[in-house]
Write a protein that binds this ligand. Sequence first.
Ligand SMILES: Cc1cc2nc3c(=O)[nH]c(=O)nc-3n(C[C@H](O)[C@H](O)[C@H](O)COP(=O)(O)O)c2cc1C
Length: 148
Amino acid sequence: MVAHAPSRNTQKLLQSVEAGARSIETAEVQLVIRTPFEADANDVKSASALVLGTTENLGYMSGALKDFFDRIYNPCLEVTRGTPYAAYIRAGLDGTGTSRAIESITAGLGWRAVQKPLVLKGEWRDYFADSCGELGAAMAAGLDGGIF
Ligand SMILES: Cc1cc2nc3c(=O)[nH]c(=O)nc-3n(C[C@H](O)[C@H](O)[C@H](O)COP(=O)(O)O)c2cc1C
């Protein structure tokens, strides 16, 4: 999981993905959490699946997640093709620009979206955290069950 969580709410989202994934985690499925600034190409190459988390800032993904993509893109090109991923986006209003950008970059990398980006927009709602929990559980269960 590579997630930018600059606020209390986005930390809740990260923690919910983590809790959901850990509810399924087995010896076969292990969760590694990195900030976008920590994560590097080796992390991506060694991941069987990825969850990406970001805020939407100025109509785009966070600079942190963009920095991650800028650093890993060339080293991961060709060698991470087919990696299943899911993304969640916390947006004040919109989320469209971020969804489009993530879909475009991951298409270039040849990663496989297991679902449309989960956009959590508008005023904070407690169900956003529940949705992230379900996302984490679904990713871990999908990996554990060999679905991806
Ligand atoms: C500089 C800045 C730019 C932002 N730009 C957008 C934007 O273009 N679209 C949007 O939906 N939200 C935007 N937001 C809102 C953030 O996405 C939101 O504050 C962030 O996801 C944290 O959510 P929280 O307030 O629930 O913690 C922006 C926030 C900041 C600080």
